[in-house]
Design a protein around this ligand. Sequence first.
Ligand code: GTP
Ligand code: MG
Length: 289
Amino acid sequence: MRYAVFVTGPAGAGKSTFCANAVQHLQTLKRTVHWVNLDPAADPNSFEFAPTIDIKDLISLEDVMSELGFGPNGGLVYCLEYLLQNFEWLDEELGEYEDDYLIVDCPGQIELYTHHPILPKLISHFQQLGIRVSATYLLESQFMEDKYKYFSGVLSAMSAMVNLEIPWINVMSKMDLVSTRSKDPVSGRNGLRTRKDISRYLDPDPLLMGPSQAEGAEKPLNKRFHALNQAIVQLIEENPLVSFLPLDLTNTDSIERIVSHIDYTMQYGEDEEPKEPKDLDDGDFPDPE
Ligand SMILES: Nc1nc2c(ncn2[C@@H]2O[C@H](COP(=O)(O)OP(=O)(O)OP(=O)(O)O)[C@@H](O)[C@H]2O)c(=O)[nH]1
Ligand SMILES: [Mg+2]
């Protein structure tokens, strides 16, 4: 059986960094794992090591931009559509590996996940090859700094999940940055965020959308804006699809836990005893003094 996990999420969410860490982690477990780069704009110098399969061997954004006059976003779509038209290249690259685990590093253009048909087509091609697939959607912890930004992130994750329709986990990346930040935007409190503050973001608490204590009842919110917020709150309450696993790359347990969840969503090694994903430990977040 072959497995592929598509690592998706907005630009700069830490996808490539996560892929590199996941590959290294699985290698230390003596598992056969390959990194597949699907980002035609990736800078080869930014990779800690070379991907096994690289879309840039087929087509690169740089060439498309200089030779065909595309801009960066149109160029990216062109490159991925070119890949869809050249599946024989991909099949040949994939063909060498059997019984493998592929970690597929995707580009950061959000529209790829929300409405382009490119990824669904690519994923169904993997499935036709008998590869079991899942996806990981990374949102960086910076999204926890502003509640409106946070909810737009939650909605983007939801819309990507609905678009791709495959087993899925959401990850809040760069959690190492959270404990050092000074202020929780909801409680308005200075100092480290408590475990409870953080968990409201990992398991979206629709009440976060309401006015914070700091905003208080000062001025009535714009009515239409308020109605929109209410509608979003209701959507999230009625469809609790999205929750996030925290990823702190400075903590090996954290990466191990994410990998165990990914394994679980794909029922990796189902011939063995099924394993429950690892739960959160108390040591995962800093508790306030
Ligand atoms: N502090 C911290 N920084 C991180 C972490 N992961 C990634 N970064 C930084 O965030 C930036 C973006 O990381 P990438 O891994 O390139 O993100 P990406 O999602 O692949 O970006 P695109 O491919 O451009 O969409 C880099 O400067 C990384 O060093 C993390 O866990 N913690
Ligand atoms: Mg990347």
